[in-house]
Design a protein around this ligand. Structure first.
Ligand SMILES: [Cu+2]
Length: 230
């Protein structure tokens, strides 16, 4: 009799342990994977409207799924979610010229708010798209946006908006790749003093909930992240 009770007790303990693991796993899945930090690389200096500053570089990509975006080889907990990569937590130096290159592999459609189809906050109000200068992207064919926002604090303001043109649907995958050749977007802006900012995509590319602002749009690590100026 005693043995049966011992066994029941042990089983209950195991069950509680299993439930705990399941609970933690699902909570973590909901919070999203938070991959590591990507630090900008400083290479020399550059002439800017506010004088000669250190020149820092960052490289990102936007993908139609999570397989190549730094969520693990199997794409992590949501392999089918659109995602930026290799991480969405970025660090750049203060009082510097920052040049970011984004390889855009995803399709897209009409953006809900055409305000975000215009380039904003870059050195001369432009970006380059496959090497050509542009001040906006076609609001009917936006893949994603890269939009840095300042939190309402007393740190230096920082607002940058880059509309990423959509890769047309009829472009076949590149040779040896699951993705079409990317649209390469480059832009530069000047940072002020140290501060903690956030960035996100303003093109509703998420799942059906919250007018397509659900799923990857509302989970940190896919279409949003931190932008730290140090
Ligand atoms: Cu997006």
């Amino acid at each position: 009799m005693g043995k049966v009770r011992e066994y029941a007790k042990a089983s209950a303990a195991v069950l509680v342990g299993v439930l705990f693991v399941v609970l933690v796993a699902t909570t973590m899945a909901r919070a999203g994977t938070t991959p590591g930090l990507l630090n900008a690389t400083v290479k020399g200096t550059a002439q800017t409207p506010v004088g000669v500053l250190p020149h820092a570089f960052l490289e990102l990509a936007s993908y139609p799924d999570s397989l190549a975006a730094g969520h693990g080889p199997d794409g992590g907990s949501h392999p089918d979610w659109v995602s930026y990569g290799p991480t969405t937590n970025l660090t750049v130096p203060a009082h510097s010229l920052v040049t970011i290159t984004i390889k855009q592999y995803d399709g897209g459609e009409k953006i809900t708010n055409p305000f975000f189809a215009k380039v904003r906050g870059t050195v001369d109000g432009t970006m380059t798209v496959n090497g050509k200068s542009a001040t906006d992207a076609n609001p009917d064919a936006i893949g994603h946006t890269f939009t840095i926002h300042a939190l309402p604090t007393n740190q230096d303001p920082l607002f940058v908006n880059i509309p990423l043109p959509a890769v047309p649907d009829d472009v076949p995958p590149a040779k040896g790749s699951d993705y079409p050749p990317p649209i390469v977007v480059t832009f530069s802006f000047v940072t002020g003093g140290p501060g903690k900012y956030v960035w996100n995509c303003e093109y509703p590319c998420g799942d059906g909930t919250y007018a397509k602002f659900g799923g990857p749009m509302s989970t940190r690590g896919y279409m949003s992240g931190t932008f730290t100026v140090t």
